[in-house]
Design a protein around this ligand. Structure first.
Ligand SMILES: C[S@@+](CC[C@H](N)C(=O)[O-])C[C@H]1O[C@@H](n2cnc3c(N)ncnc32)[C@H](O)[C@@H]1O
Length: 230
């Protein structure tokens, strides 16, 4: 019963979100065109089903892990993070890529979307190829092996990661230039980084996700890494 109620709440949230997105961005032609083109590619199977199929294939223990950042929440996050046209955002685990599309068209930043699910990458790549700006690049790979040195901003929404994976990811982020921003949903990264002083928490705020309120952490990659005196 509880599960059913949660399902209804999530569906309700998603419909309201869709209406808000149309009202808020219907004037934004490049976004609307790309958004509808990508939506069309999910008419027969939702991103949730695509993810579930992939996880079943991988014999993952939990095949219901998928979720997306609502675009209205992403709007709030981008404003708080003060994204601007010179930024290059790496989205780690881009999923179906609606967030990457929004970042590339509405926020107007360069985007590199990294995702492990081939179907997500294939569909997003097709849409990105028909976009005039050419500022969205899709890479199919494990983000634990990605070169992040070109990023000025990282966006990570992956609430289900285990501690060891988050640690490995923070080590990857040592390659970031100082001053780069790292936005993570649900947990701050500095607690997981084995090298002290690499990330400084600049802001923490709450946004609404379909499942409830989410804490968002905005961290900055510092230049002065403290050496442990042991
Ligand atoms: C919670 S979804 C977030 C989707 C999107 N970023 C958003 O905010 O709407 C997480 C995505 O990360 C992908 N993912 C998980 N681990 C990954 C890894 N090691 N490398 C690349 N992608 C990964 C999953 O396949 C899934 O599509």
């Amino acid at each position: 019963m509880k599960l059913l109620l949660l399902g209804l709440r999530v569906h309700g949230f998603e419909w309201i979100e869709l209406i808000k997105v149309f009202f808020r961005y219907s004037f934004h032609r490049p976004f609307l065109k790309a958004f509808l083109e990508l939506k069309f590619r999910y008419l027969l199977d939702s991103p949730f089903q695509v993810s579930k199929r992939y996880l079943l294939n991988k014999q993952s223990e939990d095949v219901y892990l998928y979720g997306e950042t609502p675009l209205t929440a992403l709007d709030e996050i981008s404003t708080k993070a003060e994204l601007n046209a010179t930024d290059h955002v790496f989205e780690l685990g881009a999923g179906s890529g609606f967030t990457s599309l929004w970042l590339a068209t509405v926020a107007g930043v360069r985007v590199t979307s990294i995702e492990q699910v081939p179907t997500f990458c294939r569909r997003l790549r097709r849409v990105s190829q028909s976009m005039a700006s050419g500022c969205l690049k899709v890479i199919e790979e494990d983000y634990l092996e990605s070169d992040l040195s070109e990023a000025s901003v990282i966006y990570l929404y992956a609430s289900n990661l285990d501690d060891l994976t988050i640690r490995c990811l923070t080590l990857r982020m040592l390659a970031l230039k100082s001053g780069s921003k790292v936005i993570s949903v649900s947990y701050p990264l500095q607690e997981y980084c084995p090298v002290p002083g690499v990330f400084k928490l600049k802001q923490q705020f709450t946004v609404r996700f379909p499942w409830g309120e989410a804490e968002v952490f905005l961290q900055v990659r510092t230049s002065d890494v403290q050496r442990s005196s042991g």
